[in-house]
Design a binder for this molecule. Structure first.
Ligand code: ASP
Ligand code: MG
Length: 437
């Protein structure tokens, strides 16, 4: 059994839904996880924003336009009257539900229910379309098996048990369709796995069922060795290890949700990134081990803030770093990079929601300086502790770029550099021209 996930652009129009149906309707057993049609989740978030602000007219107008978009898609997608009628009736129920929020007070919990409708619509339309084409399939609701616990972590036990039950109840269909992104929380309320979370859904489903492979279908031919929006002539990487893919996804390769590697890695299930526009392309294969020599890929993450703590108390003291880390723990703020000297420590964060509180707490320990608008450049390659030269090549390539921080040796497959965001493009181009061509 394979799990195949198709992203928003892959199901973004009637024509694209038809091509996906073509791909998945080959009779091989599989579970298909779908995102919402591209643009829908953003629109649902926009509707929610209007409702928070009490801008009811604007919310109604956006709802109206979105509904029309779905009616147009239905007219293009289906050929027979019963399916056109059935689909329209279904879309009408969804929009009646959305309209029911317009004249009420609006809460975050309701926003979760509103944004969930995108995946509910895309999967139902796919289910009906396959039926119209005579391809037998069943639709199961992610709300009946996907669940996060009180810490917003997936509840593996619940997911496995409930998914197995749902699969058994759906009969022995070779093709099962379900929603990505949406889930229930520990209290049984509708929730989600955060934006872009459909990849994560696919990985969790794959891990729960010990699938043979998890395929993530987008419209690029895999993870590229540099950011194709910034650097010309980037190339798709054919093979990556779970560790390498995790670093690249976390540090900026937009193609994959960073959490989605973990479940696959845990169960050792290969993840393959495929392109719906070129289904024959091999894409990128992510497995436990992958060949690596020199530099394999670079990726960058913006919006980084560095915090520097200078203190003479740190000199020859133990327990100092623990106190510093406890501040970040208390404010639930993950740290990405760290550099230390004997009298100072610099660390980076990307979530600045509690920056003011963190600074206030850190001031007890020393002098604090904060730098904003920074980017982390992650370089994945063979940084084997017993080999020389590669680190020097990276530094040489970045000769012209001011470096704010360097992290080397945390793992053998990656080094990270902190630069001003204003210098990021130059840095990425220099790394490609010196090391990747
Ligand atoms: N539809 C959701 C989003 O746009 C989830 C996803 O596409 O992965 O964030
Ligand atoms: Mg995505």
């Amino acid at each position: 059994m394979k799990v195949l996930k198709f992203g928003g652009t892959s199901v973004g129009s009637a024509e694209r839904i038809k091509s996906v149906a073509e791909l998945i309707g080959d009779g091989q057993p599989k579970i298909v996880v779908l995102s919402a049609m591209s643009g829908t989740t953003n629109t649902l978030v926009e509707i929610s924003d209007c409702l928070y602000k009490n801008d009811r007219q604007k919310a109604s107008d956006i709802i109206q336009n979105l509904e029309q978009h779905y009616f147009d898609t239905i007219s293009e997608l289906f050929e027979t009257e019963p399916f056109i009628r059935k689909s329209k009736e279904f879309i009408e129920t969804i929009f009646t539900y959305l309209r029911s929020f317009v004249n009420k007070d609006f809460y975050p919990l309701q926003e979760k229910a509103v944004v969930a409708q995108g995946e509910i619509m895309s999967t139902t339309l796919m289910h009906y379309y396959l039926e119209e084409r005579g391809i037998s399939n069943s639709l199961i609701s992610a709300l009946d098996f996907m669940r996060i616990d009180k810490d917003c972590e997936p509840d593996y036990f619940y997911i496995r048990q409930n998914l197995e039950r749902e699969m058994a109840q759906s009969g022995i269909q070779p093709l099962v369709i379900t929603q990505g992104f949406i889930c229930r929380n520990a209290y049984g309320e509708i929730d989600n796995l955060t934006r872009g979370g459909s990849d994560y859904s696919a990985a969790l489903i794959g891990a729960a069922l010990k699938a043979e492979e998890i395929q993530i279908w987008t419209d690029i031919d895999g993870i590229h060795n540099n950011d194709p929006r910034i650097v010309e002539h980037t190339q798709a990487i054919r093979q990556l290890s779970f560790d390498e893919a995790e670093e690249l996804a976390y540090f900026g390769a937009k193609i994959l949700h960073p959490s989605s590697i973990q479940p696959a890695k845990k169960e050792r299930i290969p993840v393959r990134l495929k392109n719906t526009l070129h289904p024959q392309d091999e894409g990128t294969l992510i497995t436990e081990k992958s060949p690596v020599k020199n530099i394999k890929a670079v990726a960058a993450k913006d919006g980084i803030t560095a915090i520097n703590i200078k203190s003479t108390n740190m000199l020859l003291a133990y327990g100092f770093l623990r106190k510093v880390f406890e501040v970040f723990e208390a404010w639930k703020t993950p740290i990405d990079m760290i550099a230390t000297s004997e009298v100072a420590v610099s660390l980076t964060i990307d979530n600045t929601a509690h920056l003011e509180d963190i600074i206030k707490d850190l001031e007890k320990f020393g002098t604090i300086e904060v730098d904003k608008d920074l980017s982390i450049i992650c370089i994945v390659g063979a940084f084997d502790a017993h080999k020389s030269g590669l680190g020097a090549q990276v530094l040489n390539a970045l000769e012209e770029i001011p470096l704010r921080m360097i992290s080397y040796g945390g793992s053998e497959h990656n080094i990270s550099m902190l630069v001003n965001t204003a210098d990021k493009n130059r840095a990425l181009i220099a790394l490609s021209s010196h090391l990747l061509s």
